[in-house]
Every structure is written in C-alpha cells, then in structure tokens.
Design a protein around this ligand. Sequence first.
Ligand code: HEC
Length: 128
Amino acid sequence: MFRNITLGLLMSAVAALASAQGQLYTVVDGYKVDENTMKGFRTWRQAACDRCHGANQEGMVGPSLLNSLKTLTKEEFVKTVRDGRLEKGMQSFGTSQTVMDNMDHLYAYLKGRSDGAITRSKVELIPK
Ligand code: HEC
C-alpha cells in the first residue's frame, strides 16, 4: 500500500519531468505510457489505421510505420495523415476530428513504437 503510493508519486514525478523536458512520450516497462501517448493509441484504434498498417504497425497494404517513422519527419507525417496520398491508397484524415485533435499524440505513440521504446502495440496508462 505505502509502496504503491510512493511508486505512484515517483511515476507522476517522472512523467512531469518528461513533459517539462519536451519529450514526446513517457513509457515504463515497455507498455505503460503517459496520458497523451495513451490518447495517441486510442486514436490509432479509433481511426483503424491497423486495417492497412497492421495491428502491430508492421505493415500490410500500407508500409510498416515502425520503419517509416525512423526517417519520416513530423511534418511529413502530419501532412500524410491529414491529406492522405489518395492515388497510392493512403486515405486522408483531415476531416476526422479525432485524428486532427490528436495528431501530436498519435505521432508520439507511433514514434515510441518506431523507436522501440514502446515494445508492444497495446499500451496502458501508467498507474497513478
Ligand atoms: C485504406 C488503407 C490505409 C489506412 C486506413 C491508413 N493508411 Fe497510412 N498508408 C496507406 C498506404 C497504402 C500508404 C503508402 C502510400 C505511399 O505509397 O506513399 C500509407 C502511408 C502512410 C504513411 C507514410 C509512410 C511513409 O513511409 O511514407 C503514414 C505516416 C501513414 N500512412 C499513417 C497512417 C495513419 C496514422 C493512419 C490512421 C490514422 C493510416 N495511415 C491509415 C494506407 C492506409
């Protein structure tokens, strides 16, 4: 009990520090993430990007985002997701309120996956 509270405080401190340093995401144990990164994962699910990019971002009809985000800039990412590449089968999400509102979170989640810091697709919130 006491230990859990101490741990919770420590986690909050770590998360606060991370965001103060402008880090994209915070991850513990490979799958527990901060709230914004969690929102990114929920957006990924809600927009069903996995239909084309695979449940684990490994690629299907669309390329592996684990690879793509190693080289794609944030600007290219935003442009691709917003405008799509319609002639190549990547749809546009510019009219999806959820995706547009959560673009940074979506990027953070996928970047964490691509960096190998988030070790599995399904993430959970860091316990409070
Ligand atoms: C209907 C299928 C489909 C869906 C749904 C889809 N994509 Fe794509 N996506 C593609 C295809 C196909 C490409 C490759 C386009 C090309 O050849 O340039 C692509 C390309 C991309 C790229 C650029 C990769 C690179 O290496 O240049 C990003 C980033 C991306 N998609 C992110 C997403 C995200 C995030 C979502 C969900 C919000 C999503 N996609 C949903 C099919 C899809």
